[in-house]
Design a binder for this molecule. Structure first.
Ligand SMILES: [Zn+2]
Length: 221
């Protein structure tokens, strides 16, 4: 084979290997999703993204259904961190649309138990929070909360059992110092169903005198 042709062939092959694939349908894509899947995800977006829970604003980017449910499953179970980066950016833009006036907040992702995080390869909420902070300019406060119990998966439990399952599942991390304590917190998570996990985390922070300003999640069931 001619050297030039061989180089072109190798270059094309290299580009094909490097070119990212859509996290949903595996077709070649410029980003985390191809245009088709991106449009399908957008169809899950909530037109009214803010609701009030315990007198606090809860921002949810989309409805937990169809393509968004599938995308979050890929993020959690198929090692696709790019999905977290993508959805964290979406959540950040949605926050700026409705809550851009507060700059003095710290963003705390809901932690996983360390054994689960090791098995998964990352904490999906931390990935979401990282991109969320990149877009909003808010301070990221990672590892400020620690999950002390590896709780059973919530989806198999009744609403009442969910609250019992995650009660006292968190404690303050060692790095929650006094300068951070003075700032109110935005809790970030992937899914909001009954609110049991968020409630437990918020209670741990509140007991330490840390104010919860609001909650931001990618999907609301
Ligand atoms: Zn696709």
């Amino acid at each position: 084979m001619d050297v030039e042709v061989k180089n072109m062939f190798l270059e094309t092959l290299w580009q094909m290997i490097l070119r990212p694939r859509c996290s949903m349908c595996e077709r070649f894509a410029a980003g985390a999703f191809c245009l088709d899947c991106h449009h399908q995800l957008e169809s899950c977006r909530l037109s009214t993204p803010i609701i009030w829970v315990d007198h606090k604003p809860l921002l949810a980017w989309g409805r937990y259904q169809g393509p968004l449910k599938q995308a979050l499953a890929h993020l959690k179970y198929d090692r696709r961190p790019q999905v977290g980066q993508f959805l964290g950016q979406k959540l950040g833009v949605a926050w700026l649309d409705v809550k851009s006036d507060r700059r003095d907040l710290v963003v705390v992702p809901i932690p996983l138990h360390h054994q689960r995080e090791r098995a998964r390869g990352y904490n999906q909420s931390a990935l979401l929070a990282e991109s969320f902070c990149h877009v909003t300019g808010l301070a990221l406060a990672i590892n400020r909360l620690v999950r002390v119990r590896d709780t059973a998966a919530q989806f198999s439990l009744s609403p009442r059992e969910r609250f019992t399952n995650v009660a006292q599942a968190f404690r303050l991390g060692a790095y929650f110092n006094s300068s951070v304590c003075r700032k109110s917190v935005v809790l970030v998570d992937d899914i909001y169903t009954t609110g049991a996990t968020i409630h437990s985390a918020a209670e741990t922070l509140s007991q330490a005198g840390i104010q919860i300003y609001g909650i931001a999640v990618v999907a609301k069931a």
